[in-house]
Design a protein around this ligand. Structure first.
Ligand SMILES: [Mn+2]
Length: 278
């Protein structure tokens, strides 16, 4: 009888940061470097550790956008990289620059996937100071494909009426909803992921309260505490099939004593254990 092989994980470093959030590309690269360093350290360890669960099962793929040609092809490059990994049965950690850098992921996943999104913003802005072109604040309006079903959690929007977001989001839970009735939010997520064929978790780092995560371009107060984020991730992970996780909007130039870097470094290890310790 053939045994099912343990899936590998591809970490895709995708440092695209044009049209808002310049500097976040360096964040994606820094996280890629941090993972390399962690794997090197793990390899030197001779006694058994929890890292053995994913040792030799995770690879890091670094893409770059240093030429005009590469920039022009950014979306096709992204979709192709994701498609290759998914077709190979791999799980994916997408280390993006700005939130727009996750658009190829949304397009490639398409309508059959549920995205549990954590974000301070409802990225559907068409305001006077947001470009009509795709940008990190409106990228969900610029998809070339049918969007996945999205449930967004942790926003602090005080501007848009629900009728404006209902076409884009299946549900939007604000940070206030998380604080006042966490059980309702968590149960909703559990129900949705229980029915989904495939789940993707998309973390825009500005979902965290700036006290815990200062390294973002548009820090909004009253954000989620790290433990509230973990509760949401735990609920999303009740899914049979978490195909991947994306992380974006980390700008190391705005970090304070590596607070944000350490938070994401810890979270990446936690994510790998979540998959491989089962
Ligand atoms: Mn955001």
């Amino acid at each position: 009888m053939a045994t099912k092989q343990t899936p590998r994980t591809s970490v895709i470093v995708f440092p695209f940061d044009l049209f808002g959030g310049t500097g976040t590309g360096a964040g994606a690269e820094l996280l890629g470097d941090a993972l390399h360093e962690m794997f090197d350290d793990n390899a030197l360890e001779s006694r058994a550790t929890r890292c053995d669960a994913y040792r030799d099962l995770v690879g890091v793929k670094e893409l770059s956008f240093g030429t005009t040609k590469a920039l022009n092809a950014w979306k096709q490059t992204g979709r192709k990289a994701l498609k290759q990994s998914l077709n190979a049965g791999e799980r994916v950690v997408w280390l993006g620059g700005n939130h727009l850098s996750v658009l190829p992921v949304y397009e490639e996943l398409g309508a059959g996937t549920l995205v549990v999104q954590l974000d301070a913003h409802l990225d559907i802005y068409q305001l006077h100071d947001v470009m009509p072109n795709p940008a990190n604040g409106n990228f969900l309006l610029h998809s070339d494909a049918a969007l996945p079903q999205i449930v967004t959690v942790g926003h602090r929007d005080l501007f848009l009426h629900p009728k404006e977001w209902r076409g884009t989001f299946a549900q939007a839970f604000s940070a206030t909803d998380v604080a006042t009735d966490p059980a309702r939010v968590l149960n909703d997520i559990r129900t949705r992921v229980g029915k989904a064929n495939r789940v993707w978790i998309d973390i825009d780092a500005d979902v965290f309260d700036p006290a815990h995560f200062p390294a973002v371009h548009q820090p909004l107060p009253f954000g989620l505490a790290p433990l509230a984020v973990l509760q949401i991730l735990e609920a999303a992970w009740e899914a049979e099939n978490v195909a991947g996780v994306s992380i974006s909007e980390f700008d190391p130039g705005r970090d304070v004593r590596d607070t944000s870097l350490n938070l994401l470094g810890w979270l990446l290890e936690w994510i790998l254990l979540k998959w491989y310790e089962g």
